[in-house]
Design a protein. Structure first.
Length: 407
């Protein structure tokens, strides 16, 4: 067991144990938010025929000649139908957006840029060949790699799969994650607080939402009371059923913090305990037999930060995702930041925005950096990385931000 490891070492120890889960096939309606487990190859050209990009008249540019040109209107081609013949010289055909462009035509003149007079289309300005025509294979060509294995599927990716004729996709299984809160003082938010010492259970519910966002399948199993027998028994049951078990609280140095104590009896080994980060030092990571236990701190901000630094990339890695981490950007610090001690990497909360005037992100550190102030994570808040050993960051410094939420 490693104790008090660096941030970088903790991430490395976690990710080197992440083995991709099995795969399953899902319909496109269930594919968004999943990670692709195979390459998606184009089975044909798209479009397969030249198509009109506008409502207008299909013409041969060679027919326009001296302007204005008068072209005989010889028919129309609705979208989904075809023109059986070939467009002759001096002829035009009415087409619509998505209509196949007839053979012999190489441009489409929009309705609003032509006039119809007595069965003739009058064109008064020149049009280049290919104008308003979607060529064969413009979107993708047969055999082209459309989506690479490990891609996180979103609306656009689901759409391109549908356009290529895929009704199902092979994806990695979502990790099943069990969540426990711990402590006699913790009360569910649907119950009245029994005493001033009691606190509502914010941690479990924010973890459920974060797990869903990371692509996991969250399962809330309730509160572990301060009993060694209860902690051991319920964790053992959860590890038998779920891929990952997450606790919040119960991993510090108190007399009633039993999570770390029972790990050997769970068939797991502690990989590391405590990380050189602020907030969130008392993080526990244990593994064994393809099952994993994360013991996160009890303060709500520490819980959130620890999840996003360690569990978020771990859950993505279990799903075979290429991109594991929260998005990072570089920002300009618009107010100075200082701290008394610098022996840990700090992830300080700040408000961020994008300045069009400066052409870059800007960040303002929050005055309240308390680990218990969950309200400081709402809105356009990011984590500013303050490297180990750095006590002061002057105004104008370039800093790295980890984005919890996109603007």
């Amino acid at each position: 067991m490693r104790v008090y490891v660096s941030f970088e070492e903790a991430v490395s120890l976690i990710l080197e144990r992440a083995v991709r889960l099995g795969t399953e096939r899902v319909f496109l309606t269930e594919a968004s938010g999943r990670v692709l487990a195979c390459d998606v190859i184009a089975p044909f050209n798209q479009p397969r025929l030249p198509l009109s990009a506008m409502d207008g008249y299909a013409v041969s540019v060679a027919s326009l000649g001296e302007l204005p040109a008068r072209l005989r209107l010889v028919g129309e081609v609705p979208a989904g139908s075809a023109w059986s013949g070939r467009l002759g010289r001096g002829e035009a055909v009415t087409v619509y957006t998505g209509s196949p462009v007839p053979k012999g035509a190489d441009a489409v003149v929009p309705f609003e840029q032509a006039k119809v007079e007595g069965g003739f289309v009058v064109v008064e300005r020149p049009f280049p060949s290919g104008c308003n025509v979607r060529e064969v294979g413009e979107d993708f060509k047969e055999g082209e790699l459309l989506l690479e294995r490990g891609t996180l599927l979103g609306p656009a990716e689901v759409g391109i799969a549908a356009e290529a004729g895929y009704s199902q996709l092979e994806v990695y299984r979502r990790p099943r994650v069990a969540v426990f809160a711990t402590g006699n003082e913790v009360v569910e938010p649907f119950s009245p607080l029994p005493s001033p010492q009691a606190v509502y259970n914010a941690n479990a519910y924010q973890l459920l939402a974060y797990i869903e966002e990371a692509g996991g399948e969250p399962h809330y199993l309730g509160i572990l009371r301060d009993s060694r027998e209860e902690v051991l028994g319920r964790l053992k049951e959860a590890l038998a059923e779920f891929d990952v078990v997450v606790t919040t609280g119960g991993v510090s140095m108190g007399n009633y913090d039993f999570v770390k104590e029972v790990v050997p009896e769970l068939g797991l080994s502690v990989v590391f305990y405590k990380v050189q980060v602020k907030p969130g030092k008392p993080v526990l990571f244990a593994a064994g037999g393809g099952r994993f236990l994360f013991g996160l701190p009890g303060f709500p901000v520490s819980t959130a930060v620890s999840f996003n630094l360690f569990l978020f990339p771990f859950l993505r890695a279990l799903q075979g995702a290429k991109e594991l981490f929260r998005r990072k950007v570089v920002a300009e610090l618009s107010a100075p930041y200082s701290r008394k001690r610098a022996e840990r990497t700090e992830f300080a909360r700040c408000l961020y925005s994008f300045s069009r005037e400066r052409g870059r992100y800007v960040a303002v550190p929050l005055k309240n950096q308390s680990s218990g102030a969950l309200s400081t994570l709402t809105g356009n808040v990011a984590l500013m990385v303050v490297p180990k050993g750095v006590r002061k960051l002057p105004e104008g410094s370039s800093v790295e931000l980890i984005l919890f939420k996109e603007l």
